[in-house]
Design a protein around this ligand. Structure first.
Ligand SMILES: [Zn+2]
Ligand SMILES: [Zn+2]
Length: 124
């Protein structure tokens, strides 16, 4: 019972803005609304939300996980400089070899890693 309130608050927070948050950031924000929230509970609920397909996750190149409440298919660009995560439209370009082999694709996850324009410009 307790978990449902926490899960709903976490989901509401993630859906409120088109942003990507770490578990610690989610914990800090949702804690103001749900007293007695623990970081462990946040992780457990994020796991459930991922399983249910209510949210998606993106991993940075240094293995930090960020959570995203915007679940329509989209590609991510993770900047190795400022660590910002950017949303881009996903081009559903399934390799013909996959389809030729008789597989049916149900989801696709595209993450680009590199430097955003600001970080490239800042580097002299
Ligand atoms: Zn950057
Ligand atoms: Zn995203």
């Amino acid at each position: 019972m307790r978990d449902t309130v926490q899960k709903r608050e976490i989901l509401t927070f993630l859906r409120a803005k088109r942003q990507h948050y770490s578990a610690a950031q989610i914990y800090d924000a949702v804690r103001t609304k749900v007293p007695n929230l623990s970081l462990g509970t946040v992780y457990r609920n994020l796991g459930h939300l991922l399983e249910d397909g209510e949210i998606i996750s993106v991993e940075t190149s240094d293995k930090c996980v960020y959570y995203d409440g915007f679940i329509q298919d989209h590609a991510h660009f993770v900047c190795d400089g400022c660590k910002n995560i950017f949303d881009f439209p996903l081009k559903m370009d399934i390799a013909s070899e996959v389809l030729d082999a008789g597989f049916s694709v149900e989801s696709e996850k595209v993450v680009y890693y590199g430097k955003c324009k600001n970080c490239r410009d800042a580097r002299i």
